[in-house]
Design a protein around this ligand. Structure first.
Ligand SMILES: [Zn+2]
Ligand SMILES: [Zn+2]
Length: 67
């Protein structure tokens, strides 16, 4: 069972949101700065913390999901 990187609790397959190579609860995949709920695959990240692309993501930063 994967662990949510935000709250360290187990994420069930039915509810998981996979982004930047991790499995998140729907309510835990939020911008680390402004708290906005994020869509998997369409946000930025920095050192494992998700951020919204605008306005919190900094330009030139590459998110892992683009690999
Ligand atoms: Zn969580
Ligand atoms: Zn943000």
């Amino acid at each position: 069972m994967p662990e949510c990187p935000k709250c360290q609790k187990e994420v069930y397959f039915a509810e998981r949101k996979t982004s930047i190579g991790k499995d998140w609860h729907p309510g835990c995949l939020k911008c680390g700065k402004c708290g906005k709920t994020l869509t998997p695959g369409s946000h930025s990240e920095h050192e494992g913390t998700p951020y919204c692309t605008k306005p919190c993501g900094t330009s030139g930063e590459k998110a892992n999901y683009e690999k």
